[in-house]
Write a protein that binds this ligand. Structure first.
Ligand SMILES: Nc1ncnc2c1ncn2[C@@H]1O[C@H](COP(=O)(O)OP(=O)(O)O)[C@@H](O)[C@H]1O
Ligand SMILES: [Mg+2]
Length: 332
């Protein structure tokens, strides 16, 4: 464990170390692998019990791949993932199945992530049946409890997903995720498809549930404003790499990485105490098939130096008032 990534708290619930996921690009008649998409390229971070770590970055930077790889919904290329001090990537199927009860996921699109031919009761109760946790009256009681807890009428259990609005469907997705009493939930763009007013309701629900059940969230979003409302700490991703991790308030008040600064400048927040120079991003994100050498951001960085082009930026930890801000940048 890299000590510098630790905060002054307890041991992490989840530790991700040097995680990589490279997808093969196949071409030609024999489908030879001609290149690799470095979707997630060596990321490390911790998530503590009961906290929300936001994971932000532009579309295509590898957030979804990171979330899926650490849950082993897709097999990582390399790295280590510890959940409750157990290495997930070394686990056999039965052990993984057990630990998966504690690790759930809520997806972006409640329209496609709920099976249209299943009733709400079957969708939410499926895991309880699969894991043989409840049947008959006990199952019915648990279902009612779950629906009620996410703000849906228990009488809805016999209805189908198409009968509900986007926000209600996301509540169904949350009830499904809660069914097995998890301790960790990956929320992948969980509110991104919803109207702003509905977004706020779902975020409030997620917060209430977190307080009540001491849940940890990895809250993935391309929208910094959304993440700001829920995250305790925020990790910023660019082209398969994390460039900065900091407590949410620190990140907004004094972002250290030029990419973070640009992201925040592009998402102005109405706070007169926070002043940022408007350094908007120029140019396109380079391809993850051929990411730039040295610092991945050097091709767009307003403060680029010669060494940024050739040398990977080292990890620097800035400690202030007991808070830890980590940045991978040659400026620091
Ligand atoms: N199954 C896949 N095969 C090949 N490339 C993929 C696959 N899934 C994602 N990618 C690529 O990996 C990169 C990261 O994608 P993704 O994790 O979905 O980003 P984000 O969630 O941040 O928008 C993108 O360039 C995407 O095209
Ligand atoms: Mg995504």
């Amino acid at each position: 464990m890299n000590k510098t990534t630790l905060q002054n708290k307890t041991t992490p619930l989840l530790t991700v170390k040097n995680l990589k996921k490279h997808f093969p690009v196949r071409s030609g008649f024999f489908s030879h692998i001609s290149a690799w998409v470095k979707a997630v390229d060596d990321i490390s971070f911790d998530v503590y019990a009961g906290e929300t770590l936001g994971l932000v970055g532009e579309s295509g930077c590898g957030k979804t791949t990171a979330g899926r790889a650490l849950l082993r919904l897709i097999e990582p290329t390399s790295g280590e993932v510890y959940f409750d001090n157990k290495n997930l990537l070394k686990m056999k199927a039965t052990e993984l199945r057990q630990i998966r009860r504690q690790m759930q996921v809520i997806f972006q699109d409640p329209y496609s992530s709920l099976n249209p031919r299943m009733t709400i009761g079957n969708i939410v109760g499926e895991a309880l049946k699969v894991h043989e946790i409840a049947t008959g009256e006990a199952l019915k009681h648990r279902l009612e409890e779950l629906l009620d807890r996410v703000g849906l009428s228990p009488s809805y259990h016999s209805r189908y997903p198409h009968e509900f609005s986007g926000g209600q469907r996301q509540r169904i997705g949350i009830a499904r995720a809660l069914a097995l009493n998890p301790t960790f939930i990956v929320c992948d763009e969980a509110v991104s498809a919803l109207d702003v007013s509905i977004q706020a309701q779902i975020i409030n629900l997620l917060r209430d549930l977190q307080a009540e059940y001491h849940l940890a969230y990895l809250f993935i979003s391309h929208d910094l404003n959304v993440v700001q409302h829920i995250a305790d700490r925020i990790a910023v991703m660019y082209l398969g790499k994390i460039v900065e991790i900091a407590p949410a308030d620190t990140l907004f008040k004094s972002p250290k990485h030029p990419y973070t600064q640009a992201l925040i400048a592009a998402n102005p927040i109405p706070d007169p105490d926070i002043k940022h120079e408007a350094k908007l991003l120029e140019g396109d994100v380079p391809s993850p098939v051929n990411p730039p050498s040295g610092c991945p951001f050097h091709t767009r960085c307003p403060s680029v130096m010669d060494k940024c082009k050739h040398i990977k930026p080292p990890l620097t930890e800035i400690k202030k008032e007991g808070k830890s801000q980590i940045v991978w940048c040659h400026l620091h």
